[in-house]
Design a protein around this ligand. Structure first.
Ligand SMILES: N[C@@H](CCC(=O)N[C@@H](CS)C(=O)NCC(=O)O)C(=O)O
Length: 248
């Protein structure tokens, strides 16, 4: 039986979330890092409903969305006698809020500054691992890719401020959840909620064991806020969780 293939963008925090869960659940899979010039064709060719990554390609089946990939990986771990994650009604509700609010607005805040003011800092993350020719093609397409991303994610200076405020509110909530617990958000071991919170906020915390840490950098205004937030409970808690993040 062919190995499952996980299709990702290296920069995507939703992809990091799915990847971390698959690693933690002990799933044997092949990682396929895609670039902005090829991912839509790939998604279409494997029969995915939309182009959004992450996509898990199985034999005769496609699973799309980080929450769905986590649920599948956890079920597989349990089926094969491994411990897997804590995954229950409470952890799913927390994961959903993180996916729908924090994940969306961290991304809009980060890209509103970086793609409008300094798009050149993002290019290396989308080029990492590509051969010479593909890197040239990505570079040539980059101005168009940037315009498409600005339109699709509704980026701009007002949106930057709006999303930043939403993220700051959500971080108050995350800190309140962390203050009620010891190590994990739900139960005594890692849950889908922990992985969601840590992965989706990782771009702000910049843990050294993040798979894209060597090419990721923050634009100046976001970096200044990340620095101001670095003593907050969520930032320390995420750094600690990342100490145990082992990458497949
Ligand atoms: N809720 C989805 C979000 C996925 C998502 O928004 N993926 C982005 C990257 S962060 C993407 O692939 N965007 C390009 C597109 O949709 O064509 C998940 O959890 O997987």
């Amino acid at each position: 039986m062919a190995k499952p293939v996980l299709h990702v963008f290296l920069i995507s925090h939703y992809c990091e979330k799915a990847r971390w869960a698959m690693d933690y659940c002990g799933v044997d899979y092949k990682l396929k890092v895609l670039s902005p010039i090829e991912y839509q064709k790939k998604a279409e060719s494997i029969g995915a409903k939309s182009s959004a990554l992450p996509i898990l390609q199985l034999e005769g089946e496609v699973i799309q969305g980080s929450a769905e990939i986590i649920a599948w990986s956890n079920a597989k771990a349990k089926q094969e006698g491994r411990q897997g994650l804590v995954l229950n009604e409470e952890s799913v509700a927390i994961e959903k809020r993180l996916d729908d609010v924090l994940g969306v607005h961290v991304r809009r805040w980060f890209y509103s500054e970086s793609l409008l003011d300094c798009p050149e800092i993002i290019l290396p993350v989308f080029s990492k691992g590509s051969g010479f020719i593909k890197r040239l093609l990505i570079k040539a397409a980059w101005p168009t890719v940037v315009q498409i991303m600005i339109k699709r994610m509704d980026l701009g200076p007002t949106q930057e401020q709006e999303s930043k405020e939403i993220v700051l509110k959500e971080l108050d909530w995350l800190d309140s959840l962390i203050s009620q617990q010891t190590d994990y958000l739900c139960g005594n071991s890692l849950s889908n909620a922990d992985i969601a919170a840590a992965s989706l906020m990782a771009p702000m915390v910049s843990p050294p064991s993040h798979p894209a840490s060597d090419v990721m950098s923050l634009p100046p205004r976001v970096a200044a806020t990340a620095e101001e937030l670095s003593d907050r409970p969520f930032a320390k808690w995420i750094s600690n969780l990342y100490l145990d993040r082992s990458v497949n």
